[in-house]
Design a protein around this ligand. Structure first.
Ligand SMILES: Nc1ncnc2c1ncn2[C@@H]1O[C@H](COP(=O)(O)OP(=O)(O)O)[C@@H](O)[C@H]1O
Ligand SMILES: [Mg+2]
Length: 115
């Protein structure tokens, strides 16, 4: 069920991350991270190399699983609505790989099918 997440100014929260923790082997990549982003807000997610930005974003996209914590996108809990959430998020990765033997449209269709 969609939660109604409102902040103090009654704007819905589009991203809500609570106590996110991701540990690779024994290395904590993200430790107890909590933040939220409200509708219309321009949010800069900054930090030095290795701070855990990419890990956090991958967890928000449902591409990796966290060890602890929870993520809500538009009020939908990622653990339950991972597939649904993918319909209204976009992500531009720093490195992109396309198949050279496929056309642009075939590449897009391939990635759409994998969701
Ligand atoms: N797949 C992985 N396996 C092991 N360690 C990883 C992996 N991905 C990231 N890390 C480690 O997690 C930490 C956070 O990395 P990352 O999320 O890529 O940071 P950022 O994007 O802020 O530079 C770093 O110490 C990095 O070496
Ligand atoms: Mg990164």
């Amino acid at each position: 069920m969609e939660e109604v997440n409102l902040d103090d100014s009654n704007k819905p929260l589009v991203i809500k991350v609570n106590n996110l923790t991701k540990i690779y082997d024994r290395t904590p990549a993200v430790k107890n991270l909590s933040f939220s982003v409200k509708q219309g807000e321009i949010f800069g997610f900054l930090g030095p190399n290795g701070a855990g930005k990419t890990t956090t974003i991958k967890a928000m996209l449902g591409l990796i699983f966290s060890n602890y914590g929870n993520i809500n996108i538009n009020g939908y809990n990622l653990d339950i609505y991972s597939k649904h959430i993918k319909r209204f998020i976009g992500y531009m990765p720093e490195k992109v790989a396309f198949y050279n033997n496929l056309t642009a449209l075939q590449n897009l269709n391939f990635y759409v099918k994998s969701i």
